[in-house]
Design a protein around this ligand. Sequence first.
Ligand code: PMP
Length: 432
Amino acid sequence: MDTTIFSTIESEVRSYSRGWPAVFTQAKGSTQTAEDGTEYLDFFSGAGALNYGHNHPTMKAALADYIASDGPVHSLDMMTPAKRDFLQTFQDVVLQPRGLDYKVMFPGPTGTNTVEAALKLARKVTGRQHILSFTNAFHGMTLGSLSVTGNSMKRKGAGIPLTNSSKIPYDDYFNGETEDFMWLERVLEDSGSGVDKPAAIIVETVQGEGGLRAARLEWLKELSQLCAKHEILLIVDDVQAGCGRTGTFFSFEEAGFTPDIVCISKSISGYGLPMALTLFRPELDVWTPGEHNGTFRGNNPAFVTATAALKEFWSDDSFQKGQLAEAISIVQDGLEQISSAVEGSSVRGRGLLTGLHFEDIEVAEKVAAEAFQNGMLVETSGPDDEVLKLMPALTTPKDELERGLGIIATAVATVTGTDVEYRPGDRELVGS
Ligand code: PMP
């Protein structure tokens, strides 16, 4: 296996290829195969960009047909049938059944692009500059997104002051000892507080990169009420937690509120193709034509696979209530089993954006490395990489979920020296 070209010419900035020193040649469903023939069970799913696994046959067929038909690939924000079908399907399958009245904006095709668009729009609509975000938040690598991100190593990379934003405590930051919104409510009401009224508050319902902290639904609802009361726009960054990852299409659905702005990317194309959306209430659509543009906003192959994915999985609730709900319960049950056997560990996250927090901050990385040796891709999260982060595809069959949980249990046992065993339940995974 020759990897010299990667270590000589590719920048030192590369990271995944260091922890997973394999050259991947094939990817299908939840399996990636390396050049040396080793098969890896993928519990990473392209950092959440592959919620339906690798090369799903429905999306692959739609994409192959589109390419064979010589349909336009690149179209900026011009009109194409592929974009028309996507917008219609998104309206019919996602927005309308959930009673959501949003305009759809296509920013550049990445998560940080939709966050930048959201921040810019919130500032333009309100005429205010300040944005509040949360401790341990992660919103992307461009300057605006970095300014609302918590991680000090990533922030330092900016090389300039990150201004016009402040951090406020995420749910449970003080272990329930301090009333959650006490400081925020007080400073917003006190004209002498010196805290400028923000244009927006941006929040992840589950902090994917920041250590899999999951906000309680009632906390999110309270946050939305506070924002409404003070006319502050609420942005939900659903780049990682959205597209079914937490068990519903949007991660905020069960919390019973409607964000003013929603950021979507990663799995919206359903196939790992770059694509992003910024959704907002129609009254907020104050953009002038071309005010926020970008060359790669019209990625037609992504529109085609996104449409196929929405039709395949979200046109009724059978996937959500069947296979997805079962997969979540299998994974949550497995993690509970492992965590109850290992002192100093706890289950974090929600749905299939979940994992194990270890008080000993060295454990998670060692477990991920051990799992790789045993044929599995699973990553870590959190400021000290102290959380083992599981993100299997939502479509992973029952036997593969159980096999993965078994590999993790064995790796945890090896690393911690604890007697951990995973005993799969006897559930039937609907549709697998
Ligand atoms: N927001 C959230 C919540 C994310 O998890 C990420 C990526 N991990 C981003 C934004 C940035 O997305 P991208 O890497 O595509 O710019």
